[in-house]
Design a protein around this ligand. Structure first.
Ligand code: NAD
Length: 480
């Protein structure tokens, strides 16, 4: 059985404890590889390596950092099929989606920040004729990057790329549920010529490895993507140490459909925004609000299309809904479906675990599920389910739907469907979410700020925002 290794100082190492965790293929329920059960001593080795590599990497000319990172992006493209297959086996998502979304974006992330490293600039401020100020932006040092399981290599690279581009060295931890592609990525780092110690990957459990990264006094900045509960825990540990924190957390995103929407586009894209990646995307629109005049027509079309989605073997090209990431997560989603029933919801389709015949008979599959008849304030409509489950609710006025959309503790993203130009902008301005999509979903320009309000996070990633996060600004004032 393949043993995944940590990557520290350019070497593939076993965990110091010698212990391993099972890595399960969620489509089959079988253990297929072993994950290092690392601890604080492995994190210490990684920090030592990252500190030693920092002076060299941080002072390298940007064009040299660019060259290494650009090569890395090309190598991801070269190995896209193998990486997509590995992501599919590790995470449960359809292999086609893994290639077109996850691996495509992983290369795009690295390439985007490779080029950004050549263009990033700092500011100068002339104070009349009396003084000139210039701002230096220097890399913070060793950055800690902790990523989740839903988009494994996609979000792992989204964090490490800006850190590396500005000259930080990195200690990174992928999720213990999806360690494989970060491990394979380390081989590409070596091939691309990334110097030893610049990127270190420590695999293992959150409370052991993740917490050791958060607590380490020589890691001044933590970039974290994951659940809100974990984000709060990280903030309570890192806050007293006055570390820089970027937290990208959960969501309960509204998808608002006005009666004048482009109907076919709204229905088709809402299917994607509800069920892509088994609904395991923080940006999925899990609460759909439809203007009453369109409600029945929308629900009918949406349910029909939901029933057409093929749940099945992630290796099958026809599959649209693969396996959920783990048995525990599948049971959590099923318990929310049960809760929706108890709270008085009506299931129009879905609601059950699916047994996929053949090699996937023991996999963790759930039917895409559509619920109506629930009030906004119930738990089903307030808590993040993070699975293939959506609720649909009618509304009558613009004011009402804005109130409903904003009535959760989260504020990550929102989608608005309307052909009424001024209404689109008016509603966008009043929604309390960090990302608003009008007549589209998950349409990304990597230069734009990415992140959430309220309990969906602190700080923004993307573009210069992430590069600023991984640097310290120092103003120098020269009296003329
Ligand atoms: P999680 O919080 O359980 O784990 C995320 C990462 O944190 C994992 O690597 C985990 O090992 C680590 N971790 C756990 N405990 C830790 C601790 N005490 N200290 C440090 N690290 C620790 O989240 P998850 O279940 O892997 O991911 C799903 C969640 O992520 C959902 O809530 C989803 O909305 C959110 N998410 C948010 C975004 C975003 O951009 N806002 C993107 C993707 C996922």
């Amino acid at each position: 059985m393949e043993k995944i290794a940590n990557y520290i100082n350019g070497q593939w190492l076993a965990p110091t404890s010698g212990k391993y965790l099972d890595n399960i293929n969620p489509a089959t329920g079988e253990v297929y590889s072993l994950i290092p059960d690392s601890d604080a001593s492995d994190v210490q080795l990684a920090v030592d390596a990252a500190r030693a590599a920092f002076p060299g990497w941080s002072t390298l000319l940007a064009e040299k950092r660019h060259a290494v990172l650009a090569r890395l992006a090309d190598l991801i493209d070269r190995d896209a099929d193998a990486l997509a297959m590995a992501e599919c086996i590790d995470q449960g998502k359809p292999v086609k989606l893994a290639k077109n979304m996850d691996i495509y974006r992983a290369a795009a992330n690295i390439r985007f920040y490779a080029t950004a490293s050549m263009h990033v600039a700092s500011e100068a401020h002339a104070t009349g004729a009396e003084a000139i100020n210039y701002t230096l932006r220097t890399p913070v040092g060793v950055a800690g990057c902790i990523s989740p399981w839903n988009l494994p290599l996609y979000l792992f690279t989204w964090k490490i790329a800006p850190a590396l581009a500005v000259g930080c060295t990195v200690v990174a931890k992928p999720s213990e549920l999806t360690p494989m592609t970060a491990y394979l990525f380390t081989r590409l780092c070596r091939e691309a010529g990334l110097p030893d110690g610049v990127l270190n990957v420590v695999q293992g459990l959150g409370p052991k490895v993740g917490q050791a990264i958060v607590d380490h006094p020589d890691i001044p900045a933590i970039s974290f993507t994951g659940g809100t509960v974990t984000g709060k825990k990280i903030m309570s540990s890192a806050g007293p140490m006055l570390k820089k924190l970027s937290l990208e957390l959960g969501g309960k995103n509204p998808n608002i459909v006005f009666a004048d929407a482009d109907f076919d586009n709204a229905v088709a894209t809402s299917i994607s925004s509800s069920f892509t990646n088994q609904g395991e995307i923080c940006l999925c629109g899990s609460r759909i609000f439809v203007e009453r005049a369109l409600f029945d027509r929308f629900v009918k079309a949406f349910v029909e299309k939901t029933k057409e989605l093929v749940v099945g073997d992630p290796l099958d090209e026809k599959t649209r809904i693969g396996a959920l990431v783990s048995e525990g997560h599948m049971n959590k989603v099923l318990s929310y479906i049960e809760l929706a029933r108890k709270e008085g919801g009506t299931l129009l389709t879905g609601g059950k675990r699916v047994t996929v015949p053949g090699r996937c008979a023991n996999g963790f599959f759930i039917e895409p599920t559509v619920v109506v008849g629930l009030p906004q304030e119930c738990r089903t409509n307030q808590e993040e389910i993070f699975g293939p489950v959506v609720t649909i609710m009618p509304f009558d006025t613009e004011d009402e739907v804005i109130g409903l959309a904003n009535a959760t503790t989260y504020g990550l993203s929102a989608t608005v469907w309307t052909t009424h130009l001024t209404r689109a902008h008016r509603v966008a301005a009043r929604l309390k979410s960090g990302i608003i999509w009008i007549n589209c979903w998950l349409y990304r320009d990597l230069r734009t700020p990415f992140g959430g309000m309220k309990q969906s996070g602190v700080g923004r990633e993307g573009g210069w925002e992430a590069m600023r996060f991984f640097t310290e600004a120092k103003n120098v004032c020269v009296r003329l």
